[in-house]
Design a protein around this ligand. Structure first.
Ligand code: NAD
Length: 375
């Protein structure tokens, strides 16, 4: 069984799908691992470290794509790359399946098995392969470090002979995996944190980290059976925006992380609220890459509004800590392959009756097998 990990082609991507530790684990299973030369150059792993772990390094990605049984990569492939896969190959990556109908069709016509990391179920058993969580954790950390770096002030309270500096006020909107890590990081730096989420249990988690929960009576806001939030009605969203406006105006930093699975993120902070914020305050929007929670934010860019508010819409936040992001992502890949490894055939076994595979296998054997994408 040959596993191939190509170098990422998107210029924004700094992570690698496999690191040397994951290679070692996969080689230990009995797999042959091939990586493209330079795969780890942006995550501090030279080719030699992959070779030491047991991989072969290639400078012919097209040839290796065509001969691999399993391909691991971070970002979705191009249609051309899918066309290079051999029949029956298993391709594991982020796939953005809700927006990539054509690519999914291409996988099916190529008779390749596409596994989408976004669709791994949020269950206890699948936690070790949950790349959405492993990456969101790091993105939450980076969002706070980025805000601290952009703010012309400090986070902790400081008592000096020249007077007392008040702690920074940080408002976190969306208390999922990224939001919880943002709260914990901001607290560690000494900020005073307020947080809001539509899920009541998330407010309790925020409080257990020492944040003040903002409570807004929005009526029915129950989540899905996977623990995800449901989309709010326009009336609920308006109520939320109004209730948040005062907190935003008083905050030095606002971090937004709100997402609704399979849909565009909700716009939670409109221009009038940004206009009401203090000059020098900073908004970091972790949802910017997929549409943004903040009106006027530009994905991949940092801008300053007329009233001096810094809008940070960086993309790939977790990629700023590429070594650790690659470490946990590669572990997710290796755990998934190990979990489904069949010792008898020395290969990854596709079993569409398995609960985890039912959730994340999108195409198999020439068809779209995932029921959410069949139409
Ligand atoms: P996500 O990235 O889909 O969304 C981020 C947060 O935004 C969520 O907390 C969501 O409730 C919130 N949100 C949505 N609309 C909002 C709005 N209008 N205003 C404010 N916040 C809004 O979520 P996630 O971080 O991937 O986590 C989703 C859930 O899954 C969490 O409950 C998490 O604990 C759970 N989870 C479970 C497992 C597991 O059991 N294995 C693993 C990971 C996550």
């Amino acid at each position: 069984m040959k596993i191939f990990a190509p170098k990422e082609t998107d210029p924004i991507e700094t992570r690698a799908s496999l690191d040397p530790a994951a290679v070692k684990k996969l080689v230990g299973l009995g797999a042959e691992v091939v990586v493209e030369s330079g795969i780890g150059v942006l995550s501090d792993h030279p080719d030699s470290s992959y070779e030491e772990a047991g991989a072969t390094v290639t400078t012919d990605p097209a040839g290796s794509l065509g001969s691999a049984d399993i391909v691991t990569r971070v970002r979705k492939p191009s249609s051309e790359e899918v066309g290079q896969l051999k029949e029956g190959a298993i391709h594991i990556s982020f796939l953005d399946p809700f927006n990539e109908k054509e690519l999914i069709g291409r996988f099916a016509s190529q008779k390749a098995t596409a596994i989408s990391l976004e669709m791994v179920p949020r269950t206890t058993l699948a936690q070790k392969m949950d790349a959405i969580s492993s990456q969101a954790n790091l993105a939450g950390y980076v969002s706070v470090i980025t805000a601290a770096n952009r703010l012309n002030g400090i986070f902790p309270m400081m008592m000096t002979p020249a007077g007392t500096i008040s702690p920074a006020k940080v408002f976190v909107v969306g208390i999922g995996v990224a939001g919880l890590q943002a709260i914990a990081t901001a607290k560690r730096l000494g900020a005073r944190v307020t947080a809001f989420d539509v899920r009541p249990e998330a407010l309790e988690q925020a409080e257990s980290l020492g944040a003040k929960a903002l409570r807004i009576d929005l009526g029915e806001t129950s989540g899905t059976d996977q623990g995800y939030a449901k989309e709010l009605t326009p009336e609920q969203l308006e109520k939320q925006r109004q209730a948040q406006a005062k907190v935003c105006a008083q905050s030095d930093v606002v971090i937004t992380t709100a997402k609704v699975f399979g849909r565009k993120p909700p716009v939670l902070i409109k221009k009038d609220v940004v206009d009401g914020m203090q000059p020098g305050s900073v908004i970091v929007d972790l949802a910017a890459e997929t549409g943004g929670n903040v009106e006027g934010i530009t994905p991949g860019e940092e801008t300053v509004t007329e009233n001096g508010v810094k809008l940070v819409g960086l993309a790939n936040f977790e990629g700023q800590v590429s070594r650790h992001a690659s470490q946990v992502l590669a572990a997710n890949f290796a755990n998934m392959i190990e979990h489904f490894w069949d010792e008898e055939s020395n290969s990854l076994k596709i079993n569409l009756d398995d609960e985890i595979q039912k959730g994340c296998v999108i195409t198999h054997d020439g068809s779209i097998v995932h029921e959410r994408f069949q139409d």
